[in-house]
Design a protein. Structure first.
Length: 70
Protein backbone atom coordinates (compact mmCIF):
# COMPACT_ATOMS: atom_id res chain seq x y z
CA UNK A 1 0.00 0.00 0.00
CA UNK A 2 1.45 3.33 -1.02
CA UNK A 3 2.10 5.87 1.67
CA UNK A 4 -0.77 8.33 1.86
CA UNK A 5 -3.28 5.89 0.38
CA UNK A 6 -6.79 6.26 1.80
CA UNK A 7 -7.91 2.74 0.80
CA UNK A 8 -7.89 1.46 4.38
CA UNK A 9 -10.42 4.02 5.61
CA UNK A 10 -14.10 3.19 5.93
CA UNK A 11 -16.67 5.31 4.11
CA UNK A 12 -17.66 6.85 7.45
CA UNK A 13 -14.05 7.88 8.17
CA UNK A 14 -13.68 9.38 4.69
CA UNK A 15 -16.94 11.30 5.17
CA UNK A 16 -15.74 12.62 8.54
CA UNK A 17 -12.40 13.67 7.02
CA UNK A 18 -14.17 15.54 4.19
CA UNK A 19 -16.39 17.35 6.68
CA UNK A 20 -13.38 18.42 8.75
CA UNK A 21 -11.58 19.40 5.54
CA UNK A 22 -14.48 21.67 4.54
CA UNK A 23 -14.36 23.35 7.95
CA UNK A 24 -10.62 23.92 7.63
CA UNK A 25 -11.10 25.48 4.18
CA UNK A 26 -13.65 27.91 5.67
CA UNK A 27 -11.03 28.92 8.24
CA UNK A 28 -8.65 29.85 5.42
CA UNK A 29 -6.33 26.84 5.09
CA UNK A 30 -5.20 25.68 1.66
CA UNK A 31 -6.85 22.66 0.03
CA UNK A 32 -3.80 20.47 0.65
CA UNK A 33 -3.37 21.52 4.28
CA UNK A 34 -7.08 21.14 5.04
CA UNK A 35 -6.99 17.57 3.68
CA UNK A 36 -4.05 16.85 5.97
CA UNK A 37 -5.94 18.29 8.93
CA UNK A 38 -9.02 16.19 8.09
CA UNK A 39 -7.22 12.86 7.99
CA UNK A 40 -4.97 13.72 10.94
CA UNK A 41 -8.06 14.37 13.03
CA UNK A 42 -9.69 11.09 11.94
CA UNK A 43 -6.44 9.26 12.77
CA UNK A 44 -6.36 10.87 16.19
CA UNK A 45 -9.96 9.86 16.92
CA UNK A 46 -9.90 6.33 15.51
CA UNK A 47 -6.25 5.29 15.33
CA UNK A 48 -6.12 5.09 11.53
CA UNK A 49 -7.97 3.10 8.91
CA UNK A 50 -10.36 0.40 10.06
CA UNK A 51 -10.84 -1.99 7.15
CA UNK A 52 -9.57 -5.54 7.66
CA UNK A 53 -5.84 -6.02 7.58
CA UNK A 54 -5.09 -2.46 8.54
CA UNK A 55 -3.47 -3.21 11.88
CA UNK A 56 -6.46 -2.97 14.18
CA UNK A 57 -5.96 -4.27 17.67
CA UNK A 58 -7.17 -7.77 18.35
CA UNK A 59 -9.74 -8.05 21.11
CA UNK A 60 -10.62 -10.96 23.30
CA UNK A 61 -14.09 -11.14 24.84
CA UNK A 62 -14.58 -7.43 24.35
CA UNK A 63 -11.33 -6.45 26.08
CA UNK A 64 -7.87 -5.78 24.81
CA UNK A 65 -5.49 -8.65 25.36
CA UNK A 66 -2.69 -8.35 27.92
CA UNK A 67 -0.16 -7.85 25.11
CA UNK A 68 -2.12 -4.91 23.72
CA UNK A 69 -2.26 -3.16 27.10
CA UNK A 70 1.51 -2.73 27.32
Amino acid sequence: MARGSKAKYTSKQKRQARHIEDSAKKRGYSTKRSAQIGYATVNKQDGGGKKSGSGRRKTRRGRRSAAARV
